[in-house]
Design a protein around this ligand. Structure first.
Ligand SMILES: [Zn+2]
Length: 344
């Protein structure tokens, strides 16, 4: 009994000291969510027979193929551009290491597969049959520009009841950066969106219309009892210590197919007019209350990063707030027209 305890203790110590000095002992991965694997850009281009260089811009790296193909990676983003078409990845490009870049291995596999090198999987333990299903997020062709909004008919949203939830409020400022409060920008955009929706014939319920704080349970209760078809929570992001990170994203409950569809409608519409980097429509990894507990089609939309000085400045400007509200409105119209065509 005692001996076996000692052996286990010794093995535990051995394993701990091996990992401390960087030697990974043979092991069986039992975790449901194994440590994500990474690869250096230099290693990646070498195995593909490509080369790489930094730029364009301070946060981009380009991998260049022998026939002139180009793949652009951006630090802190989950988007890669392959010959000018943007593709969403499972994870962000990790970080810069000297003149090299640390990439998620899933991104490597995706790019390799794109160029017919599907089995260039590093290491012997990685499954070579791994198949990533990633959706193209190329900008929509012929997208409306903010200066020429689609003609409103005043009836696009007839029959829709939507609950708009401006994030935070009152004592809860939400994210703060460069003198900007998330709660204020969320409210301004939400109020503009309310007016657009009302003008298009929708019934709109707001969880707040001033600088007050309904708690999360209250917001959920409003969503679940107001008879709404859609619920949209409006937020802005901060990335502490990563001032270069920018762009918008939408979250939905992973169990909600309609939530996923609504999120994609919003992201596509926002991508078409915002000019900001598209971080995609994503399953909520955090169990956000307003997505977990609402019983209707729900999305939490992050308008952009306050912690990026340039983007924060845009988010605070009245004209961009109108653009953002219009973009969300277009996404709602898109979603509602799909829904209406199904039910009619
Ligand atoms: Zn927020």
């Amino acid at each position: 009994m005692r001996a076996s305890v000692l052996v286990i203790a010794f093995l535990a110590f051995f394993v701990a000291s091996c990992s401390a000095i960087g030697v990974i002992p043979p092991q069986t991965v039992t975790s449901q969510d194994p440590e994500p694997r990474t690869i250096m850009l230099s290693e990646m281009v070498k195995s593909m027979g490509w080369r790489y260089e930094s730029g364009p811009g301070a946060y981009n790296y380009r991998a260049i193929g022998p026939k002139g193909d180009q793949v652009v990676f951006t630090i802190g983003r989950d988007i890669v551009s392959i010959n000018n078409t943007k593709w969403r990845q499972e994870r962000d490009v990790v970080e810069k290491r000297g003149k090299d870049l640390l990439l998620p291995e899933s991104t490597f596999n995706f790019v390799a597969k794109h160029f017919g090198m599907h089995h260039l999987v590093r290491g012997t333990t990685a499954p070579d049959t791994v198949d990533y299903t990633l959706e193209p997020i190329a900008p929509l062709p012929g997208a409306a520009s903010p200066s020429e909004p689609p003609k409103a008919t005043g009836t696009e949203l007839r029959g829709l009841t939507i609950c708009i939830d401006p994030g935070h409020g009152g004592h809860d400022t939400g994210g703060q950066a460069f003198g900007l409060d998330e709660k204020t920008i969320a409210l301004k955009v939400s109020m503009l969106l309310r007016d657009l929706c009302t003008g298009a014939g929708a019934k709109v319920i707001m969880t707040r219309e001033s600088d007050v704080y309904p708690d999360l349970d209250k917001r959920v209760e409003i969503a679940n009892t107001c008879g709404c078809d859609l619920f949209l929570s409006v937020h802005a992001n901060i990335a502490p210590g990563s001032g270069e990170v920018d762009g918008f994203e939408a979250f939905y409950n992973g169990n909600s197919a309609s939530g996923a569809r609504f999120a994609k409608s919003l992201v596509a519409a926002y991508d078409a007019v915002s000019g900001a980097p598209n971080r995609g429509a994503k399953k909520d990894p955090r169990g956000l209350r307003v997505l977990e507990k609402t019983k209707v089609t729900a999305v939490l939309f992050e308008l952009g990063f306050l912690s990026n000085q340039a983007e924060g400045k845009r988010l605070a400007s009245e004209s961009y707030q109108k653009t953002m509200a219009k973009a969300l409105f277009n996404g709602i119209v898109n979603e509602w027209s799909k829904k209406a065509s199904v039910s009619r």
